[in-house]
Design a protein around this ligand. Structure first.
Ligand SMILES: [Fe+2]
Length: 243
């Protein structure tokens, strides 16, 4: 006991001690990667893909019900389009992009990302897709074949659901730091491909395009990716060698 008055503690806990600007460090862990690629010279590719998708729609008018709303006209194709030669042009770009991802992420070089399923969704005006995830794979992707203005953004939701429990107040009128976003919306753009974790919840807003006829349709191809072992190159055996 010194007989001196005890230090006052500020009721708001602020301003008692000073720290230098560089005293506060931040580590960023568990990031959520969303890769994007703009396919070069996509116009010809897209024209061919639209033709192939319309042919598929003609062949299978009912399609399947997944995240789409058939009652709003949203058509979802069968899921093996990557086996159809008409979609080979896009498959090549997906493989090129995923090979780059594997290198960037340090994946074992004996493995590659393999398209397990690929499908198309056509949303006419009014069509949308409910929020969903893609179970059973690692990465999923979308390629925009036709994306008229206002045809519905792709919205991803913060996977840290605990982070949505107690909304934080930010300085009004300022842009929130990207690290603190709880959702992000991508505007569709023909020729653009996005690849995102399959567990990341996402949905598509309503197509509000005012373009005429089929030009108003929002047309995408989507795919799921899993890691599989690369095939070993065939070894050439000189004639006469035992098999
Ligand atoms: Fe999806």
């Amino acid at each position: 006991m010194t007989g001196e008055a005890p230090d006052r503690v500020a009721s708001d806990g602020a301003g008692e001690v000073g720290l230098s600007d560089d005293a506060l460090k931040v580590g960023r862990y568990f990031p959520t990667h969303i890769f994007s690629v703009k396919v070069p010279g996509c116009q010809v590719l897209n024209e061919r893909l639209i033709e192939a998708i319309h042919a598929e729609q003609e062949r299978d008018r009912t399609g399947v019900r997944k995240s789409n709303y058939p009652q709003l006209g949203g058509w979802h194709s069968q899921t093996k389009l990557h086996k159809n030669a008409a979609f080979a042009g896009l498959v090549q770009y997906v493989n090129a992009a995923t090979d780059m991802m594997c290198r960037k992420l340090g994946y074992h070089e004996s493995y590659r990302l393999n398209i397990g399923t690929m499908w198309s969704i056509v949303n006419p005006p009014g069509g949308s897709n409910r929020a969903h995830v893609h179970p059973g794979c690692i990465w999923s992707g979308v390629y925009y074949v036709q994306a008229p203005e206002n045809s519905g953004g792709l919205e991803f939701i913060d996977p840290r659901t605990e982070n949505l429990m107690s909304p934080v107040k930010y300085i009004p009128g300022t842009k929130r730091p990207r690290d603190c976003w709880t959702k992000v919306r991508f505007k569709p753009l023909a020729g653009k491909m996005l690849i995102f974790p399959s567990w990341l919840y996402h949905g598509v807003g309503p197509n509000k395009s005012t373009a005429g006829g089929k030009d108003a349709d929002r047309i995408i191809l989507s795919f799921n990716l899993s890691q599989v072992r690369r095939r070993k190159p065939q070894q050439h055996r000189p004639a006469g060698d035992p098999p």
